[in-house]
Design a protein around this ligand. Structure first.
Ligand code: PMP
Length: 385
């Protein structure tokens, strides 16, 4: 029935497949019976395997069982959910927070709750697909601005003065290129034109800022962002997502975000693990320091090989290749040589921007990175990169 679509994907090198991980220890994953160095996970701090998260999840399971049994507004809210929401609010330095089942659910729930017909949503052209889908679902007029182009943002704000409400939405850290949004400039424009600013800090949370609070902390911004969204399944090593902001915002979203209202709540054990992760993120800076050291060492290695890591400023480090077939071949070769890093192709990135997206982790050792760089150097010599 779908043969035509599948063969079109295959012939343009865009067919995707699943790669099951048989076990996971630190930055190593066993795949096809062989241990491989992971250079593509978003488990930046290595917390997914941390004993504190497992212990917290286990004791929550002893107390609550596994599933939450209902949606949040029915009987699915446990004390763990509420404790996590209070902890996130404190972590982000705002009045209140609300947990969603995933980042995708958060963005597709929050954006349509905030804007609708008669409103304008301004969205960076490289924002994550979940933001794109949230904007589409909202039925607000969509104004896609050129990547990080503040003149473009300002001109849209000037032209849309008659809109009922304007929402500017941006990734904090762009998930494929690893560059950082100019949040201070966006906050200034939002204030000047009386717009709402929302930041998706999926890849900034736990990674950026002195205490891991994310992109806002990186810029020293304590105000000016109205809606802080972030995920719990990346640097926090757990699962789910949050939105944080004023008490009114949270009360409103609890009553209007459809992906929050109409979905079974996260298991309490997942919330307990997230709570344990926030304690580590805030109180144990060495994990983050190690992550950044690894990032610097790896990027220096790539640069000395003459490889192009695009606009990366964070532990997300692409090797820009352009052509999807080239990216696939390079990823296959890496895999054969013990390194798991994936080819990112359209529609995840624009045509001509295929890449190998590499991500650093705090649990990588110098030896791991040097081994990866040796493999990469070999592939470069052989013309794969
Ligand atoms: N926003 C961004 C910027 C992301 O990178 C991701 C995950 N890839 C999401 C949202 C979705 O988060 P989740 O995986 O929790 O659904």
């Amino acid at each position: 029935m779908f043969e035509h679509e599948l063969s079109a994907l295959k012939s343009s090198q865009l067919l995707r497949r699943l790669t099951p991980v048989e076990s996971y220890h630190g930055p190593y994953a066993t795949i096809d019976g062989k241990s491989r160095l992971l250079l593509c996970a978003n488990d930046y701090l290595g917390l997914a395997g941390h004993p504190a998260l497992r212990d917290a999840a286990r004791s929550a399971m002893d107390r609550y069982g596994f599933g939450s049994g209902a949606s949040r507004l029915i009987s699915g809210t446990s004390a763990s959910h509420q404790e996590l929401e209070r902890r996130i609010a404190r972590f982000k330095g705002v009045e209140a927070a609300l947990v969603f089942n995933s980042g995708y659910a958060a963005n597709t729930g929050i954006i349509p709750a905030i804007v609708g017909k008669g409103d304008v949503v301004l969205s960076d052209c490289r924002n994550h697909a979940s933001i794109v889908d949230g904007c589409r679902l909202s039925r607000a007029e969509r104004a896609i601005f050129r990547h990080k182009d503040m003149n473009h943002v300002e001109s849209i704000l000037k032209e849309s003065r008659d809109a009922r409400r304007r929402l500017i939405v941006t990734d904090g850290v762009f998930s494929m290129d690893g560059d950082i949004a100019p949040l201070g400039d966006l906050a200034a424009l939002a204030e000047k034109y009386n717009a709402i600013l929302m930041v998706d800090d999926a890849h900034g949370t736990g990674v950026l800022g002195r205490t891991g609070k994310g992109t806002a902390e990186h810029f020293g911004l304590s105000q000016g962002i109205h809606i802080h969204m972030g995920t719990l399944g990346k640097a926090l090593g757990s699962f789910g997502a949050y939105v944080a902001g004023s008490r009114d915002l949270i009360d409103y979203l609890m009553n209007s975000a459809r992906s929050f209202i109409y979905s079974t709540a996260l298991p309490p054990s997942v919330c307990a693990a997230s709570l344990a992760a926030i304690e580590i993120v805030e109180n144990e800076p060495p994990h983050r320091e190690r992550l950044w050291k690894n990032r610097e060492r790896f990027v220096a290695g790539l640069t000395s090989l003459g490889l192009n890591s695009g606009e990366s400023e964070t532990p997300i480090v692409p090797i820009m290749l352009g052509d999807p077939a080239k990216a696939c071949k390079a990823a296959d070769q890496l895999f054969e040589r013990g390194i798991y890093a994936v080819a990112i192709r359209p529609p995840t990135v624009p045509e001509g921007a295929s890449m190998i997206r590499m991500t650093l982790m705090a649990t990588h050792t110098d030896q791991d990175l040097d081994q990866a760089l040796d493999v990469i150097a070999g592939l470069k010599k052989e013309g794969y990169l």
